[in-house]
Write a protein that binds this ligand. Structure first.
Ligand code: NAD
Ligand code: UDP
Length: 321
C-alpha cells in the first residue's frame, strides 16, 4: 500500500512510519512540526519508499499519485499546561487539527477510495464514571473545561469519521489510544513519563501531582503500533481501544521509576496543576481488541521503562550504565 501518515514527525507517527516501511509499504509522512521533531524521522530520510511533505493538515491536503490508506495522527497531544507544547496552550490549533485536519484527511481517503484510520484517544471518555472503559461507554466530558479543546475535537473527529463511513461508504477505522510511552517521546511536553524520567536521571525528586492516587495504564509503543497495524489490516469499523490494562497509581509509577533508575531523591507532592481536570482512573477494557484483532500487549512495564530510560539517557547526554 501507499500510506499517508499525518503527524509523522511525532512520537507515535514516527514509529508507525518505521513499522509500515518495514512491512514493505510506501509511506508518505506529513507534518508541520508544531509539536513534532524532524529528528524523529532523520533515520528514514532517503530510505526507499519514504517521502515527506511538510504541511499543515488544517489546510487542504493534496497528495500526488495514488493513496491506498490514510492514517490521521496529527494533533497536539499533551495535556500539560506547564509546557508550550501542551494543547491547552495550542487550543485553536488543536481544535483545527481534530476538526479541519480530520475533514481534509477524510477528503483524501474519499478522493482515492482509500481506507482511513483515525487516531482517537481515551480522552473521549473524559473523567470516566465507568471502570474499566469499554468502547460502549459514552464518556463523561466537560465541553468547556481545560481539556475540552482536545476531547471535543477528538469526539468530533470520531463523529465525522463515522459520517464518512455511513454516508460516503469510506472504509474507516477508529483507534482509541490509551497512555503510551517509549523512545521518541518529546522530552519537554510535560507528560508524566518524560517528566519523571528526566527528574529521576537528574537525581531530582519526582513531581507527583495531587496525592498520586489517580491511575493510568501505560502501553509500550511497539505494542501500541502492533495493535494499530492489526486494526488497519482488519475490516473493523467501530472504535477499538488499544492500551495496556495494567493499571497503576501515579505514586506507584513514580516509585517504580525511582527504583529502576536508582534515584535517591524520592518524591515531591505538588498541587494539582490541572485545574481539577485530571481524570482520576483510566484503564482500557481490551476485550474487543483481543477478540477482533487477536491482540494484547507483550511488553511488561519494567522492560518498556528500561528501554525508554536508555533513550532518555542518550538524549540527555548521560552515560549508559
Ligand atoms: P506528538 O505531539 O508527538 O505527535 C503529533 C504530531 O502531529 C507532531 O509531529 C505534530 O507536529 C503534528 N501535528 C500537529 N498538528 C498538525 C497539523 N495541523 N498539521 C500537521 N501536523 C501536525 O504526539 P503523539 O503522542 O505522537 O500523538 C499522536 C496522535 O496520537 C495524536 O493524534 C494523539 O491525539 C494520539 N494519542 C496519543 C496518545 C499517547 O499516549 N501518546 C494517547 C492518545 C491519543
Ligand atoms: N503527573 C504527575 N506529575 C508530572 C506529570 C504528570 O503526577 O510531572 C500525573 C498527572 O497529574 C496525571 C498523570 O500523571 O494524573 C498522567 O499525566 P500525563 O500528562 O502523562 O497525561 P494524561 O494521562 O493526564 O492525559
Amino acid at each position: 500500500m501507499r500510506i499517508l501518515i499525518t503527524g509523522a514527525a511525532g512520537f507515535l507517527g514516527s514509529h508507525l512510519c518505521e513499522r509500515l516501511l518495514g512491512e514493505g509499504h510506501q509511506v508518505i509522512g506529513m507534518d508541520n512540526f508544531i509539536t513534532g521533531n524532524p529528528q524523529n524521522l532523520a533515520h528514514l530520510a532517503g530510505r526507499e519508499g519514504f517521502e515527506f511533505i511538510r504541511h499543515d493538515v488544517s489546510d487542504f491536503i493534496f497528495v500526488p499519485g495514488k493513496v491506498d490508506a490514510v492514517m490521521h495522527f496529527a494533533s497536539p497531544a499533551s495535556p500539560n499546561p506547564g509546557s508550550p507544547l501542551g494543547y491547552v496552550n495550542l487550543p485553536i490549533q488543536t481544535m483545527k487539527a481534530g476538526a479541519l485536519g480530520t475533514h481534509n484527511s477524510l477528503g483524501v481517503a474519499r478522493a482515492h477510495q482509500a481506507r482511513f484510520l483515525l487516531a482517537s484517544t481515551s480522552e473521549i471518555y473524559g473523567d470516566p464514571l465507568e471502570h474499566p472503559q469499554t468502547e460502549a461507554y459514552w464518556g463523561h466530558v466537560d465541553p468547556i473545561g481545560a481539556r475540552s479543546v482536545y476531547d471535543e475535537a477528538k469526539r468530533f473527529a470520531e463523529a465525522l469519521t463515522m459520517a464518512y463511513h455511513r454516508f460516503h461508504g469510506i472504509d474507516t477505522r477508529v483507534v482509541r489510544i490509551f497512555n503510551t510511552y517509549g523512545p521518541r517521546m518529546h522530552l519537554d511536553d510535560g507528560r508524566v513519563v518524560p517528566n519523571f524520567l528526566q527528574q529521576a536521571l537528574r537525581s531530582e525528586p519526582l513531581t507527583v501531582y495531587g496525592d498520586g492516587q489517580q491511575t493510568r495504564s501505560f502501553c509500550y509503543v511497539s505494542d501500541l503500533v502492533d495493535g494499530i497495524v492489526r486494526l488497519l489490516y482488519s475490516d473493523e469499523h467501530m472504535p477499538v481501544n488499544i492500551g495496556n490494562p495494567r493499571e497503576t497509581t501515579i505514586l506507584e509509577f513514580a516509585e517504580t521509576i525511582n527504583r529502576l533508575v536508582g534515584n535517591p531523591a524520592g518524591i515531591e507532592f505538588k498541587p494539582d496543576l490541572r485545574l481539577g481536570s485530571d481524570p482520576q482512573r483510566r484503564r482500557p477494557d481490551i476485550s474487543r481488541a483481543q477478540q477482533i484483532l487477536g491482540w494484547q500487549p507483550q511488553v511488561v512495564l519494567e522492560d518498556g521503562l528500561q528501554r525508554t530510560i536508555e533513550y532518555f539517557r542518550s538524549k540527555l547526554g548521560l552515560q549508559t550504565v
